[in-house]
Ligand binder design. Structure first.
Ligand SMILES: [Zn+2]
Ligand SMILES: [Zn+2]
Length: 286
């Protein structure tokens, strides 16, 4: 049954430092069969130009390296549900520019984080968020699928529960919007995926809300914080509160194992990305 193991796409978030196409080389070097990038420096609003040469090399490597899908993640600052006009305008500007980069680079998936409806009601934030995503789909000429990521919950976040995410998908009702399931965020939001029955209940909840087919990719991160903490702190796989039993049950689920798994685990001396990828592979039932 070796083929099954190889079919599972596992990779991690890689740097675009120096030239965006180098992301492919970094992904290849650590044995990724899928990977994620930012399309710009994620920490500010500014965009550094991507040269024609970088774009060409990125596309060429996309064709020649056997690594797919490539996933992009939105930068940190945009809030697509912001009820503050100035922040909303900046957020939309950045969001659309990043989508444009995805189209230029032929990146099929773009992960966005939850919006926050700070200063307003859930309904107001919900409407802004839905409108933003619809604009994004059109702006990307329907070539880019926008992935709504579940959040760690609590506060004024829109996507802490899969019931709320389902409401968003239903309102947009477009095949160009799907979901990125982040394991750490789900655990922090109160979904106990650390044991066999917890994972079974979780899958039932997904089936009753967004449906398994709506999950386009998985963000595989363990959680440093407790169940229902509403705090988003990623940990190396198996070393946090989701633990080995949780990840083993998740990756061996007959549907989830068919999704691309992307790690966003910490960078420190305890484990490298290669260690985390190998660890996840070691949990796959052969
Ligand atoms: Zn994530
Ligand atoms: Zn996170």
């Amino acid at each position: 049954m070796k083929e099954l193991t190889e079919e599972i796409k596992i990779g991690c978030h890689v740097s675009i430092a120096k030239s965006i196409d180098l992301a492919f080389d970094r992904a290849k070097k650590i044995g990724c069969s899928t990977f994620q990038v930012f399309t710009k420096n994620p920490r500010g609003w500014a965009f550094k130009e991507i040269s024609k040469k970088e774009i060409e090399q990125f596309r060429e490597k996309h064709l020649n390296y056997d690594i797919s899908p490539v996933v992009a993640h939105i930068s940190y600052l945009p809030n697509l549900a912001s009820l503050n006009d100035e922040i909303y305008t900046k957020s939309m500007d950045s969001f659309l520019k990043e989508i444009e980069r995805c189209t230029i680079l032929n990146i099929p998936y773009f992960v966005i984080h939850s919006g926050s409806y700070k200063g307003g009601t859930y309904q107001e934030g919900f409407e802004k968020y839905v409108e933003s995503i619809q604009k994004g789909i059109d702006f990307g000429e329907r070539k880019v699928t926008i992935l709504v990521e579940n959040s760690a919950g609590g506060g004024k976040t829109l996507t802490g529960t899969f019931v709320n995410i389902q409401a968003i998908l239903e309102e947009i009702n477009d095949s160009r919007v799907k979901v990125c399931f982040d394991t750490c965020h789900a655990f922090a939001a109160g979904y106990d995926i650390s044991n066999h029955s917890g994972v079974a209940n979780f899958i039932d909840e997904i089936k009753a809300t967004i449906g398994m087919e709506s999950i386009a990719i998985v963000h595989a991160n363990d959680s440093k914080t407790e169940l229902g903490s509403y705090r988003d702190l990623h940990e190396h796989l198996g070393l946090g509160n989701i633990g080995e039993t949780g990840f083993s049950n998740l990756i061996n689920d007959s549907t989830l194992r068919k999704k691309p798994w992307i790690l966003e685990t910490p960078i420190d001396e305890r484990r490298t990305d290669v260690d985390n990828i190998n660890y996840l592979r070691s949990l796959i039932n052969k």
